[in-house]
Design a protein around this ligand. Structure first.
Ligand code: GLP
Length: 241
């Protein structure tokens, strides 16, 4: 895993946006793997601004998000469907049916996981995957202990994850207990991966990630085995080294 150190959040966003625009503006079909949470917000707002100012088209871009909560309707403001719609999808010209997130409201969640995994394969796999990192080292919602051979599956969220995501919900009780997430092996199939680390609350886990051996107890460590994975980290997130 390559490491790119950047000064601050602006520099992190600019670095990642340049990589994404390289692909999007190539005119070739591209499958982007997208993440939610606070870290990618500035990336999406810059992509929207670029499309407005420079007219960048997303007609040949298909997207697959990492995860979605179980039980939240796509219209619920805390859902990742809603987040993506507001942050990116409604602002640029993705092809009809080109944006995908798992459906956490379906009666048969296992079937939904199989369908989501199959849709990624049928699309030809992910060219460029964006990832944030959880305070416990999760990627997507693959919590510590998740098998590296996992495919899209239903997870029970760790208490530390529910606490970290509490800020997006009105009340702690409303933070869902489960989610659907791409598996670790699904993520590792991506041809290129960018792991973004922003802010001092990630300093401890980033230090562990860089210092410790690859292990299922620290899901992001698997990225050290990927031939085209890059971590882009701000100074504040590297302060624990
Ligand atoms: C969430 C998401 C992850 C995200 C992580 C970090 O739980 N499921 O995909 O990367 O938390 O989020 P943030 O960027 O808000 O720190």
């Amino acid at each position: 895993m390559r490491l790119i150190r950047v000064r601050d959040y602006d520099a992190l966003c600019e670095t990642v946006v340049a990589k994404i625009l390289d692909r999007v503006q190539s005119g070739s079909r591209v499958n982007l793997g997208l993440a939610t949470g606070s870290t990618p917000r500035g990336i999406y707002s810059r992509l929207v601004e670029d499309a407005r100012v420079n007219g960048t088209s997303y007609r040949r871009v298909h997207t697959f998000n990492l995860d979605e909560y179980v039980g939240l309707s796509p219209k619920a403001p805390e859902s990742y469907h809603h987040y993506m719609e507001e942050a990116l999808f409604r602002h640029v010209d993705f092809p009809r049916g080109g944006t995908h997130l798992p459906d956490g409201t379906t009666a048969n969640l296992e079937e939904e996981c199989r369908k989501y995994e199959a849709a990624i394969q049928a699309a030809g796999g992910i060219d460029l995957q964006l990832l944030g990192i959880g305070v416990n080292g999760h990627i997507g919602f693959n919590e510590p202990g998740t098998s590296f051979s996992s495919r899209t599956h239903v997870v029970t969220l760790a208490e530390s994850t529910r606490r970290a995501n509490r800020r997006f919900f009105d009340h702690p009780h409303n933070v869902p207990k489960r989610a659907i997430t791409m598996g670790v092996a699904t993520i590792m199939d991506s041809r290129e991966i960018f792991l973004m680390a922003s802010g001092s609350d990630k300093a401890e886990i980033v230090a562990r990630l860089l210092n410790e051996e690859v292990s299922e107890s620290l899901p992001a460590s698997v990225l050290k085995r990927h031939p085209q994975a890059t971590m882009i980290a701000e100074e504040t997130a590297l302060a624990g080294l």
